[in-house]
Design a protein around this ligand. Structure first.
Ligand SMILES: [Zn+2]
Length: 185
């Protein structure tokens, strides 16, 4: 069996900060900041899936796919836009997205007092990678993927409202044994 692939990429034009963050963050993102966000987010995903037979790629035809969009569409019966969303397609893989604007907004809101612009840019990059990891869990495990809302430092936590997602260390809890059973090396 060939190694399953997790595709992760940015839609062009996705690196746009929402207007209400500009008080904490002067001016639009520079090219090198976008590049740093791209790299950090990718590193987060590779780190989370290291030790598993899952290849992280930029291929948009990968088995599981997460695309970073400028924002996610607001869905019915949902008061606020989410940071990420996914559709698990079973043996057909899965597809999902991360909303750049929400993650950037939260990363700037949760920045420690006096944090430099660079530190916030790093928070955005980590945050996007970690929301993507969470979305891949929903796609990979399907209905077996459960949120762990008791551990704020876990990938399985179901909300972007926490500082650890941007500035702390995250670890696996409930999903790891399931991933290991299916994709352990
Ligand atoms: Zn979730």
């Amino acid at each position: 069996m060939s190694t399953p692939t997790a595709g992760f990429w940015y839609e062009s034009g996705s690196f746009v900060l929402p207007a209400d963050t500009t008080s904490g963050f002067a001016g639009p993102l520079k090219d090198e900041e976008m590049e740093s966000i791209r790299q950090l987010s990718r590193t987060e995903i590779e780190r989370a899936f290291s030790g598993l037979r899952i290849t992280v790629t930029t291929n948009q035809n990968a088995f599981w796919r997460v695309e970073v969009l400028r924002s996610l569409p607001v869905r019915e019966h949902q008061p606020l836009p989410h940071a990420g969303e996914s559709l698990a397609l079973g043996f057909l893989g899965g597809t999902g997205a991360v909303g750049f604007d929400i993650v950037a907004l939260k990363a700037i809101q949760y920045a420690p007092t006096g944090a430099s612009r660079q530190r916030m840019v790093e928070g955005i990059g980590r945050g996007i990678g970690r929301v993507a990891v969470h979305e891949f869990i929903h796609q990979i495990l399907g209905v077996a993927a459960a949120h762990n809302d008791t551990d704020e430092n876990s990938y399985e936590y179901g909300s972007p409202d926490r500082s650890s997602q941007y500035y702390g260390e995250l670890h696996w809890t409930t999903a790891r044994p399931l991933l290991h059973r299916k994709f352990g090396k």
